[in-house]
Design a binder for this molecule. Structure first.
Ligand SMILES: *Cc1c(COP(=O)(O)O)cnc(C)c1O
Length: 454
């Protein structure tokens, strides 16, 4: 592994952090444990760049794990947030901005008739699962291995020992009771989902799936997978929850559904959103069919609430961001994602580094493996993570900030320009050489058993 070049101010800050914060970070992947070294502490962002406490500037290919689709400190977002802050930070009452944001989401994503705002993607999926259970009067949830839906207890489940057996806790602290109604199946295996439905379809409240899986590296749904889930849910009276927390308002105006569901003429019953729709502040949402959403309190019996839900500053950031997300922005993000993926893949190929380039719309990642394709979590885990670590650190030293784990998607923004591409192109060959220098013996996977978790 490349010895990380010194970053004394970050290292000092990390030592301080470790004394008072578990692992020194407020979300695990930030700690760099998957790639080694110590994390960089950032002090500011501007367009496609981040600046750390040592005064170094990096091209940012994480973009806050998705939200910063316009780049950092976009003038329209900064202005909207500043105005909102000056008008008071929270009222605990309804506000006009919440209605405007809900209207914008409903307008953009056809099948969403009603939407409720929450504070994180985790809250959105937790609430959608509760609502699906309340609506159907059933208990069982099907989820897919490697799909991450936030740290909801019932969804931090690992596969049981056989077909249609119930999930086991995937982390200490989650009880067997919490996962006892969760069935975990391999991603992209529609036949298995069909078999489980055949066996116990009348107990299944919902299937929850990432619209395109991007928390085990990027693994797009095989053609017909999402549509097939829709069909099976219809046959058996279950709800389909499409988790678009990462893909929503990033892949297109209407997320992944906007390019696949709309085209194939299927819709989920419920969507979950987050990341881009908060514009970098804590805002998320779940929404969908009016008859389902109307079961939520106070309209209906299913309880759900939040002191800061629909917070006026978060809503202002989200509104300004979505309003600026024009067709041109999506075209730019698509093009830049393709450019960066091409530069990196070419550099790896030139150095003979085996890899599978993976993408779903403008989300992309690379599996450092000899395999020709990756379609599920088992496939994603068989990769040479030490090679990724070497690649990561060489890029970091050259001022390119990549996801600090081989199991995360890469993100670009509309602010990523030609100058950024040149910097990446200049850095990639040396990073590919560093990866090539790591032996071919694939070490035991260093993946956490829990996928995702930015
Ligand atoms: C990030 C993410 C979540 C969790 O969102 P948080 O805001 O981190 O709680 C849920 N689902 C998907 C698909 C995500 O990518």
């Amino acid at each position: 592994m490349v010895v990380p070049s010194a970053a004394p101010a970050s290292e000092e800050m990390f030592r301080r952090a470790e004394r008072v914060v578990p692992g020194g970070v407020n979300s695990p992947v930030r700690a760099f444990r998957a790639v080694g070294g110590s994390p960089r502490f950032m002090v500011s962002g501007d367009g496609p760049y981040l600046t750390d406490v040592d005064g170094r500037t990096y091209v940012d290919l994480v973009c806050s794990w998705g939200p910063m689709i316009l780049g950092h400190a976009h003038p329209a977002v900064v202005e909207a947030v500043s105005r909102a802050v000056a008008a008071g930070t929270s009222f605990g009452t309804p506000t006009p901005g919440e209605v405007e944001l809900a209207e914008l989401i409903v307008e953009r994503v056809g099948p969403v008739e009603k939407v409720r705002l929450v504070n994180s993607g985790t809250e959105a999926t937790m609430s959608a699962v509760r609502l699906a259970r309340g609506f159907t009067g059933r208990s069982t949830i099907i989820k897919f291995a490697g799909c991450y839906h936030g740290h909801v207890d019932a969804l931090l489940a690992a596969a049981g020992s056989g077909l249609a057996t119930f999930g086991l806790p995937d982390t200490p602290g989650v009880t067997g009771t919490a996962t006892a109604d969760t069935i975990v199946l391999p991603y992209n295996d529609l036949a298995l989902v069909e078999a489980v439905f055949a066996e116990r379809g009348d107990t299944i409240a919902a299937v929850i799936t990432e619209a395109a899986a991007a928390n085990m590296g990027v693994v797009p749904p095989l053609p017909g997978f999402n549509g097939g889930l829709r069909r099976l849910c219809d046959i058996h009276g279950a709800l389909l929850i499409l988790d678009e927390v990462m893909t929503g308002f990033r892949i297109s105006r209407a997320g992944w559904w906007g390019i696949e569901g709309d085209l194939e003429d299927w819709s989920p019953d419920l969507f979950t959103f987050g990341k881009v729709m908060g514009g970098g502040l804590p805002a998320a949402a779940f929404g969908g069919r009016a008859d389902v959403m109307s079961k939520l309190a106070p309209a209906g019996p299913v309880y759900q609430a939040g002191t800061l839900s629909g917070n006026p500053i978060a809503v202002a950031a989200g509104l300004a961001t979505l309003r600026a997300c024009t067709d041109e922005v999506y075209a730019t993000v698509d093009a830049r994602a393709g450019d960066v993926a091409g530069i990196v893949s070419t550099a790896l190929t030139e150095q003979g580094v085996a890899h599978v380039p993976a993408s779903a719309g403008s989300l992309f990642s690379f599996f450092f493996t000899d395999a020709t394709t990756v379609i599920d979590y088992a496939g994603a885990q068989v990769q040479n993570t030490a090679r990724y670590a070497a690649f990561f650190h060489s890029m970091l030293d050259a001022g390119i900030y990549l996801p600090p784990s081989a199991f995360e998607a890469w993100f670009v923004s509309a602010a990523h320009d030609d100058a950024v591409l040149e910097r990446i192109a200049a850095a990639a060959p040396a990073a590919a050489r560093a990866a090539a220098a790591v032996p071919d013996v694939t070490p035991a996977s260093s993946a956490s058993s829990v996928a995702g978790g930015a």
